[in-house]
Design a protein around this ligand. Structure first.
Ligand SMILES: NC(=O)c1ccc[n+]([C@@H]2O[C@H](COP(=O)([O-])OP(=O)(O)OC[C@H]3O[C@@H](n4cnc5c(N)ncnc54)[C@H](OP(=O)(O)O)[C@@H]3O)[C@@H](O)[C@H]2O)c1
Length: 256
């Protein structure tokens, strides 16, 4: 099969790209020709993502940024434009999960941390990204990473996280309506359990998670990070040119 080139000469930004799903999305975008700006708070994992992209023949730039800080997020978008000339694709993937206990026992700090990274972070990123993209003749495409724990499913020990991810799904739809006439297409992906440490229950090993998935998920296994990246790249590409404000569930059938 010939290599796909849906993002040739496009500049993409991925938050939370030093690990997990975000790193795989960054690598996938670069493999299809994008120059990728990878962001997160810790520099070292971002530099490793850049190294992996460059090793595969791609172009990338690491920028440290805390998505809860408006100045950081504005500087991040500015860095992408300074270095590569435009911002065509943005994936707002940075997020945290704090939970496992009933809501009444969740420390208040964990509520604020999740609200900050998962909701304020996506809000600030959307603002900075749209403000740049709407100045460009070719506009842009944005994909937010929500979760099935938001509007699609309920799970004990995740009420606060779920509330933040429901907000991401709803922000996505509202922002999509506000900005489609600016040439900016905004969508979301809602993953179910994915093969990163975030989907391990407290104290659970990877082998136990595999057995749980085999017993409980219709597909019999959790999703790979590459399967989430495939959905993100579809929504970010011209293949999805009339897909606006959708929230694509990729969850091994958990909510089927
Ligand atoms: N894994 C799952 O089963 C699953 C399921 C549904 C949805 N999701 C969502 O998918 C996304 C990625 O999750 P993952 O499983 O890949 O987890 P992960 O490996 O922990 O990735 C989260 C990334 O976000 C970054 N981040 C966190 N807070 C940040 C902040 N304030 N500013 C900038 N970057 C920040 C982290 O880097 P730094 O710490 O260096 O900043 C990290 O690289 C999250 O939004 C998560 O909620 C995951």
């Amino acid at each position: 099969m010939t290599a796909r080139t849906r993002f040739t000469d496009k500049t993409a930004l991925v938050t939370g790209a030093g690990s997990g799903i975000g790193r795989t999305i960054a690598l996938a975008l670069a493999a299809e020709g994008a120059q990728v700006v990878v962001a997160g708070r810790r520099r070292e994992p971002l530099e490793e993502t850049v190294r992996l992209i460059e090793e595969a023949g791609g172009k990338a730039l690491a920028v440290t940024a805390d998505v809860t800080d408006a100045a950081d997020v504005q500087a991040l978008v500015a860095a992408a434009v300074d270095r590569f000339g435009s911002l065509d694709v943005a994936v707002n993937n940075a997020g945290v999960f704090r939970g496992g206990q009933p809501l009444a026992d969740l420390p208040e700090a964990d509520w604020h941390e999740q609200l900050g990274a998962n909701v304020t972070g996506v809000f600030l990123a959307l603002q900075a990204e749209v403000r740049q993209m709407r100045t460009q003749p070719s506009g842009g495409a944005i994909v937010n990473i929500a979760s099935i724990f938001g509007v699609h499913a309920r799970h004990p020990g995740a009420a606060a996280y779920s509330a933040t991810k429901a907000a991401v799904s709803v922000l996505t739809r509202g922002a999509a309506l506000d900005h489609i006439r600016d040439g900016v297409r905004i969508n979301a992906v809602s993953p179910g359990a994915v093969e990163t440490p975030m989907s391990l229950r407290p104290g659970e090993t990877e082998a136990e998670r595999t057995r749980r998935a085999a017993d409980t998920l219709p597909l019999g296994r959790i999703s790979g990070t590459d399967e989430i990246a495939a959905a993100v790249l579809y929504l970010a590409s011209d293949d999805a040119s009339s897909v606006v404000g959708t929230d694509l569930v990729v969850d091994s059938g958990a909510t089927a």
